[in-house]
Ligand binder design. Structure first.
Ligand SMILES: Cc1cc2nc3c(=O)[nH]c(=O)nc-3n(C[C@H](O)[C@H](O)[C@H](O)COP(=O)(O)OP(=O)(O)OC[C@H]3O[C@@H](n4cnc5c(N)ncnc54)[C@H](O)[C@@H]3O)c2cc1C
Length: 383
C-alpha cells in the first residue's frame, strides 16, 4: 500500500495545501526562491516560523507535550513535500532540529521549561559550536578549554565555521574539560548565551561574498554550570545523539522543488530545447525519484538499514543538489538580461552554486559519510 495515498494522507495533504495557499505570502515565497543558501536569512525564517507557530506547526518533529505538531512520519513527509513545492522558507535547524531533541533527552526540567518554548516561538536562534581550527572531521580532538571555577566553567579558545553566530542568542558547544585519556572522554556539552562577556564573533566571508559563518572567540567566558547538558566529560554521548538528527533529514522534497525551479527557467529561456539538456534534467529527476524511493521505503520500515541510510542520503542528496546547481549555472551563463528580472533559478545560480559546494562538507563531509557507510556494511555483514 502506498503510504502517501491513503484517504487520511490525501486529506492531510489537502489541509496542508489550503494552509499554504492562505498563509504563505508572496513575499516569503519569493524570499525562499531567491535564497542563495540552505540557511535562509533569519528575518525570513522568523516571519514564517511565527505564522507556523500560531497554527501549532512550527515543530513537526517534536512530541506534542513540548508543543510539537503531533504528526506521524507520513504526515511529516507530506509537509516537507508540500512546503518545499510551495517554496516556503526553511526554518533554522540549529534550534528546532538539532539542540531541541537533545534538550528533551538530556535536559533538566528547568532547561526544558526555559529553553524549548523560546526555540519553538523563534525568539531564540541558536548556533552550533563544534568545529575548531584543527578539529573538524576529527571532532574529538577539539581543544577549547573549560575550567571549573565555583559555579561556572571558564572558557578559552575558539570555534570556527559557526553558521549564523552573528544572529544567534545562544550556542550549544563542545568544550574540553579533561585532557587525559581518550579524547572522547574529556568533552562536555554546554549551552550558553552569546551575549556573555568575553565572546567575540568575527565574520568569515564566503566565496559568494556573503556573511554566513564566523569564528567565535572565547576569552575567559564564564558559563554557569547549570548550562551543562548531560554529565561533565560525557558530552561526546550527547553530541553523537545530536548528530543522528543533523544527518537524518529528508532530501527529495527540497531537491524536487529546486529542480522544478531550474526546469521552469530552462523552459522559459529555450535552454531546454538545446541538444542533450532535456536528457540531463531528466537524469536529475530520476536521481531525485530514487532518493524519494529510499525515503519512502524508510517510512514503511524497509530499505537500507538505519546504520547506513542517513549517510547514504547525505551523500546522494548533496551530490544531486550540486549537479542541479551546475545545470542552473550553465543556464545562467546564457542569460543576457538583467539578473533582477531573470527567472529565480538564474538570478541566484552563481551564489547558490558557490555556497552549496559546502553541502558535501558540513554535517560530516561526504568522505566521512562514505567511511561510515563502509563500516556500517561491514558490521551488518559480520552480524
Ligand atoms: C557551510 C558550512 C557551515 C558550517 N557550519 C558549522 C557550524 O555551524 N558549526 C560547526 O561547528 N561547524 C560548522 N561547519 C564545519 C564543518 O562541520 C566542518 O567543515 C566539517 O566537519 C569538516 O571539517 P574541516 O572543515 O575541518 O575539514 P577537515 O576535517 O580538515 O577535512 C579536510 C578534507 O579531508 C577529508 N578527510 C578528513 N578526515 C578524513 C578521513 N578520516 N577519511 C577520509 N577523508 C577525510 C575531508 O572529507 C575533507 O575533504 C560548517 C561547515 C560549512 C562548510
Amino acid at each position: 500500500m502506498d503510504l502517501l495515498t491513503t484517504a487520511e494522507a490525501l486529506a492531510f495533504r489537502d489541509e496542508v495545501r489550503t494552509f499554504l495557499a492562505e498563509r504563505l505570502t508572496p513575499e516569503l515565497r519569493r524570499a525562499a526562491r531567491r535564497a542563495t543558501s540552505v540557511f535562509h536569512p533569519p528575518e525570513v525564517t522568523r516571519a514564517w516560523q511565527r505564522i507556523l507557530h500560531e497554527r501549532g506547526w512550527a515543530a513537526p518533529d517534536w512530541p506534542v507535550e513540548h508543543g510539537g505538531a503531533g504528526w506521524s512520519d507520513v504526515q511529516r513527509y507530506i509537509w516537507a513535500e508540500e512546503s518545499a513545492a510551495a517554496h516556503a522558507p526553511s526554518l533554522a535547524p540549529q534550534g528546532l532540529k538539532m539542540v531541541a531533541p537533545v534538550i528533551m533527552h538530556y535536559g533538566s526540567d528547568e532547561q526544558k521549561a526555559t529553553l524549548l518554548p523560546r526555540i519553538l516561538s523563534g525568539e531564540d536562534l541558536w548556533c552550533q559550536g563544534y568545529s575548531e581550527p584543527g578539529a573538524g572531521s576529527d571532532l574529538a580532538s577539539l581543544r577549547m578549554r573549560a575550567v571549573r571555577d565555583g559555579d561556572d566553567y571558564v572558557l578559552n579558545g575558539s570555534k570556527i565555521w559557526t553558521t549564523h553566530a552573528q544572529f544567534a542568542q545562544r550556542m550549544f558547544c563542545l568544550v574540553r574539560t579533561n585532557a587525559e585519556g581518550r579524547p572522547q572522554t574529556g568533552i562536555t556539552f554546554l549551552l550558553l548565551e552569546m551575549a556573555l562577556p568575553g565572546i567575540t564573533v568575527a565574520p568569515i566571508p564566503t566565496l559568494a561574498g556573503e556573511h554566513e559563518f564566523n569564528q567565535v572567540f572565547f576569552d575567559d567566558v564564564r558559563v554557569p554550570v547549570s548550562g551543562r547538558l548531560g554529565a561533565e566529560n560525557d558530552g561526546w554521548t550527547v553530541a553523537k545523539h545530536l548528530l543522528t538528527f543533523e544527518r537524518g533529514g529528508r532530501y527529495a522534497p527540497a531537491l524536487a522543488a529546486h529542480l522544478a525551479s531550474v526546469r521552469e527557467a530552462a523552459e522559459a529561456t529555450g535552454w531546454l530545447e538545446l541538444p542533450g539538456n532535456g536528457e540531463r534534467l531528466a537524469r536529475e529527476a530520476i536521481a531525485v525519484e530514487g532518493l524519494r524511493a529510499i525515503e519512502l521505503a524508510a517510512l514503511a520500515g524497509r530499505g537500507p538499514a538505519d546504520a547506513v541510510r542517513p549517510s547514504m542520503l547525505k551523500v546522494l542528496g548533496t551530490e544531486a543538489s550540486q549537479r542541479i546547481d551546475l545545470l542552473a549555472l550553465e543556464l545562467a551563463a546564457d542569460w543576457q538580461g538583467d539578473l533582477d528580472n531573470a527567472p529565480d533559478a538564474i538570478a541566484v545560480a552563481m551564489p547558490r552554486y558557490l555556497n552549496n559546494r559546502a553541502g558535501s562538507i558540513y554535517a560530516g563531509s561526504n568522505e566521512i559519510q562514505r567511511d561510515l557507510i563502509a563500516r556500517g556494511v561491514v558490521d551488518q555483514a559480520a552480524a
